[in-house]
Design a protein around this ligand. Structure first.
Ligand code: MLT
Length: 409
């Protein structure tokens, strides 16, 4: 008899964005003539920029010629892309990251999901609440938790985010081994200062813990005092892994390219306390379970760092951030308190009611899709997230409809 991994039975029946998709399809089926505006999942809507498209097409042409054809690429990714990342994303910002510490992959979702595989079942895991559900669900799948009780899994340490701490949690008083942090934050759009990140790095060093730092939204930071990388913090190379993505930055959600930085100084310990290189172990896993991102996609990603690519991508990010400003201003003027939307493409709005009910109300009455805060954890209840990823015309239309619908209520 084929037996199930029973940890899967502990999970909520569907992944947050799958449940939203289900409710939206149901609504569309019932109301085929109603136009829906999607400000739910953070999926980009603008086309790939010309610099990336040119490089993409050129690489496709190379693949069609005997002289330019490429089979399997290098395990960690092509040096041309890893060099461009190390220089532009880190060294130029004063962060010490070398190209050989970068692993190219097809998504930060997969990397943040997979990384926990390297650790023992017994470790203590801390997650912020609200949180990107992938960090939690993958630890549940791996068997590091008990059952869900009142929306929280037994065995995980939840770090409460709220308006009082601005959704930036301090390190806990107790010991934990693995910590997930995401800044600029998904879902709240909050950012952490250098001092706040330093407190986490110091904690991890003291506890021999590891920080998994998700920086998928760093390109949306406009405040020059906010760090883009954990490696801008002294001591972080010993205790932090960083995840980045071209998805939101360069519009690669459908193209797929991301990377993970594992510094050579990071260690993980066996039961005798002997240190092992985390870089070597992730490298072993990556080469065993992953066969790389296609050559044309890596060339397209490299072009994001050309001077044209940088300028074109900046324009796209500014476009989305203008949407974010409109959303934040409108929701504030309607009397809702908002976090995010300044250094992040998400606006986290206190709706002061059941978040799934608020979601259903906006869907049914305004035809607008948002994300209910409860989907990100218990502390997300009473909030919704609105994403700035859409055309300005759709954002304006959605805000008019939301205003009308809330004024009726
Ligand atoms: C989100 O909307 O939270 C993100 O798009 C999900 C993701 O990046 O996987």
């Amino acid at each position: 008899m084929i037996k199930i991994n029973e940890n899967y039975l502990k999970l909520a029946s569907s992944y947050l964005f799958a449940e939203i998709g289900r409710r939206v399809s149901e609504f569309t089926k019932q109301n085929p003539d109603k136009e829906i505006i999607r400000l739910g999942i953070g999926d980009v809507t603008r086309p790939l920029v010309p610099a990336c498209i040119e490089a993409f097409q050129k690489a496709v042409d190379e693949m069609g010629q005997a002289s330019g054809f490429k089979g399997y690429g290098p395990d960690q990714g092509y040096p041309f892309l890893r060099d461009a990342i190390a220089k532009n994303d880190f060294q130029d910002r004063g962060a010490n990251v070398n190209a050989d510490e970068i692993f190219i992959s097809d998504g930060a979702k997969c990397d943040t999901a997979n990384f926990q595989e390297l650790f023992s079942q017994e470790i203590t895991v801390a997650v912020p609440d609200p949180v990107y559900p992938v960090y939690v669900d993958t630890n549940v799948m791996a068997g590091r938790t008990g059952a869900a009780v009142d929306g929280r899994y037994e065995g995980l340490i939840y770090l409460d985010g709220n308006t009082a701490n601005g959704f930036v949690q301090n390190p806990p008083e107790t010991h934990v081994d693995l910590i997930y942090l995401c800044f600029p934050n998904n879902p709240t759009g909050a950012t952490a200062t250098k001092e706040q990140l330093k407190a986490w790095v110091d904690y991890a060093r003291k506890e021999k813990a590891l920080i998994l730092f998700d920086a998928a939204y760093e390109a949306f930071i406009s405040d020059p005092s906010i760090p883009h990388s954990i490696y801008e913090i002294e001591g972080a190379r010993d205790v932090a892994v960083e995840f980045r993505s071209f998805s939101k930055t360069a519009g690669f959600t459908g193209t797929r390219c991301a990377f993970t930085v594992v510094p050579k100084e990071c260690n993980v310990y066996d039961t005798n306390g002997k240190a092992h290189s985390l870089h070597a172990i992730w490298s072993r896993r990556h080469s065993t379970k992953f066969n790389g991102v296609s050559y044309p996609v890596q060339r397209a990603a490299e072009a994001a760092y050309s001077s044209n690519g940088k300028a074109q991508i900046r324009e796209s990010i500014d476009y989305y951030m203008a949407n974010a400003k409109l959303i934040k201003e409108k929701m504030t003027s309607l009397g809702y308190s908002c976090t995010g939307g300044v250094n992040a493409p998400y606006i986290w709005i206190e709706c002061k009611s059941d978040s799934w009910k608020f979601f259903d109300m906006l869907l049914n009455k305004a035809g607008v899709v948002c994300t209910p805060g409860a989907g990100f954890g218990r502390c997300g209840e009473g909030f919704i997230r609105i994403s700035a990823f859409n055309s300005i015309e759709n954002v304006k239309k959605a805000l008019e409809r939301i205003t009308h619908c809330l004024n009726q209520d």
